[in-house]
Design a protein around this ligand. Structure first.
Ligand code: HBI
Ligand code: FE
Length: 288
């Protein structure tokens, strides 16, 4: 998501030495320590205390079906639940993997889940996705039929965008809608994005804070909007339903990329005249 193996100056921390050609490894579930399972429970309990108030109901329902409260889940057992629901499988990876491999897995309904857990010092923040982010954040919605189809379509779209040499617009769509998306519900705005729901701070911030903008989803608007990776988001985009995202993305992106090529990007803080504004933010108070 943030960095990809081989493309960065900071080394990735997973063990890439035992990787197969498709970038998968054994999860090694038996090797997790009691301390790691205890840290998982702590992360899990902290998030589930916040979620009834802040998370989208579909996400919560799917999370419950995974029975993952007691410790780091065994991906083989979780796969049984997910596969029965939507045909997706979980595969273990050492962390961020090559983009082509990542999209190939998604396009074949396999979700790569990082196998290592953060340290206790990283309860609140870490740079690379770990098993808590990947599993707790991403796996529940793979049980949701519409979202599950969207993720596969995203994988196919990613492979295509790589060939066309136009990754950036699609990456923003993933960032804003898969990692940081909000949903409008009868009980107000709720979070469903994985980057939000795996972070205690952002779970509260994205709903409660007066600082960020909350703007209705529009495909090309999202694709043109820059984002920040080093702090809470300055703008969140809001879906009316998962179908809205799936429908908007079932068209051919080729002509869209062509059109966007000639148009300027928007700053992460910008609000446009045509935006459907849920809340206009006051802006970030603290320095980055
Ligand atoms: N690898 N394991 C993993 N998880 C990701 O989210 C991921 C990745 N490799 C590439 C990547 N994401 C991004 O480049 C795309 O989301 C655009
Ligand atoms: Fe993620």
């Amino acid at each position: 998501m943030l960095k990809t193996e081989g493309k960065t100056d900071t080394p990735l921390r997973g063990d890439y030495s035992a990787m197969r050609a498709d970038y998968t490894i054994e999860q090694g579930w038996e090797k997790y320590t009691d301390e790691e399972h205890a840290l998982w429970r702590q992360l899990y309990e902290r998030q589930t205390a916040l979620l009834p108030r802040y998370a989208a109901p579909e996400y919560l329902e799917c999370l419950g079906r995974l029975n993952a409260a007691d410790g780091i889940p065994d991906f083989r057992r979780a796969t049984e639940v997910v596969h029965k629901a939507t045909g997706w499988e979980l595969v273990a990876v050492p962390g961020l993997i090559d983009e082509n491999a990542f999209f190939t897995h998604l396009s074949e309904r396999r979700f790569p889940v990082t196998n290592w857990l953060r340290t206790p010092e990283e309860m609140d923040y870490l740079v690379e996705p770990d098993v808590f982010h990947d599993f707790f954040g991403h796996v529940p919605l793979l049980i949701h039929p519409v979202f599950a189809d969207y993720m596969q379509a995203y994988g196919k779209g990613g492979l295509r965008a790589m060939k066309l040499g136009t990754m950036e617009n699609l990456t923003r769509l993933y960032w804003y809608m898969v990692e940081f998306g909000l949903l409008n519900t009868k009980d107000g705005l709720k979070a469903y994005g994985a980057g939000i729901l795996s972070s205690a701070g952002e779970t509260v911030y994205c709903i409660e804070s007066p600082e960020p903008n909350r703007i209705g989803f529009d495909l090309e608007r999202v694709m043109r909007t820059k984002y920040r990776i080093d702090d809470y988001q300055e703008t969140y985009f809001v879906l009316e339903s998962y179908e809205q995202l799936f429908d908007a993305t079932s068209q051919d992106f080729g002509p869209i990329y062509e059109r966007l090529r000639g148009l300027p990007d928007f700053a992460a803080t910008e609000v446009l005249p045509d935006d459907k504004v849920y809340t206009r933010g006051t802006g970030r108070k603290r320095a980055a």
